[in-house]
Structure formats: structure tokens, C-alpha cells
Design a protein. Structure first.
Length: 163
């Protein structure tokens, strides 16, 4: 059986020229979250512009990691993580927060999420960070399963309510 023509995968740090593509993926990610809670995840009309500013600032920052995966010359996945200060009451003063890990449906099942995750871990370790955190919607069973496979465990519960 002939091997299907699979586009080459390339992982690299994001550049400012990637901002538009990253913003489109971020909107896609957030729109996917709307199936969990339309009220909580509904986006403003200006969301695309807000994401552009957000990614522009984060790509420039030393405390942020923005890594992209190209497939067939297009950005099809990304990881977004940041070193953040914790409350001054804790002995461990900083943590790395994985804000986004997104792999487009077209390239899932190829170990890309794990490769991006490893980049985040390396980013944190280089900065001598000992805690890596991620927030995930409790209805997002697929993401929870992936994060558990990576070694995350439940330790906190974030709650919200409409008022």
C-alpha cells in the first residue's frame, strides 16, 4: 500500500509575522470552547484584533513561550506558556502556566501536542521553574485526558457563576 502524502511538520519559535495565523487559531480554539459554555466563552467582535495584540506582545516577551508547528507551510498548531509570579506567601515564587495548547484537527494523532508540551517543559526548566500549571474546562474531556497523560493531576478547582 502506498504511503499517503503527509505534509512535513516543522516546529519553531513564533515570529511577529505569525501573529495573524496564531490569532485565527486562537479564535478557532475559543469558538470550540463555546460548546462547553456559550455564556462564558462567547467572544467579542474585536476578539481577532485583541488576539493580534496579545500574541504580538507575548512573542516579544522573554517570559513567554510561543511555539508554532507548520504543516504544509501553514501554522496548524501552537503552544503558549508564560512564567508568572505567584503570591508572595509561597516559597516557590514563580510558576509556568500553559495558557494554550492547540493542534488543528488536520494534523492530530501525530504526537504534535506531546512535542509542543516538551518544548514548554524545556522552557520552564531553563528558567528553573518547578511548577507547571494548566487550566482546562472540566467538560473538555479530551484535553483533560491528554494533560493527564502528560503527567498533570487535579489539585485545584476553579469555579464560576453568572451574576
Amino acid at each position: 500500500m502506498a504511503k499517503e502524502n503527509v505534509p512535513e511538520i516543522k516546529m519553531r519559535r513564533a515570529k511577529l509575522s505569525d501573529v495573524n495565523a496564531l490569532s485565527k487559531l486562537a479564535v478557532k480554539l475559543m469558538k470550540g470552547h463555546s460548546k462547553y459554555d456559550l455564556f462564558f466563552y462567547s467572544l467579542k467582535k474585536t476578539a481577532m484584533n485583541e488576539f493580534r495584540k496579545y500574541f504580538r506582545n507575548n512573542i516579544k516577551s522573554r517570559n513567554w513561550l510561543v511555539t508554532v508547528v507548520e504543516s504544509g507551510g501553514e501554522i496548524a498548531a501552537y503552544a503558549l506558556a508564560a512564567v508568572e509570579k505567584r503570591s508572595p506567601i509561597y516559597r516557590i515564587e514563580k510558576r509556568c502556566v500553559l495558557h494554550d495548547l492547540y493542534v488543528d484537527d488536520k494534523i492530530r494523532g501525530r504526537g504534535i501536542a506531546r512535542s509542543l508540551f516538551k518544548e514548554v517543559v524545556q522552557f520552564a526548566k531553563k528558567r528553573k521553574i518547578r511548577i507547571l500549571q494548566v487550566k482546562v474546562d472540566d467538560k473538555n474531556k479530551a484535553a483533560i485526558k491528554v494533560y493527564r497523560r502528560f503527567g498533570f493531576r487535579d489539585y485545584d478547582k476553579a469555579m464560576a457563576m453568572k451574576i
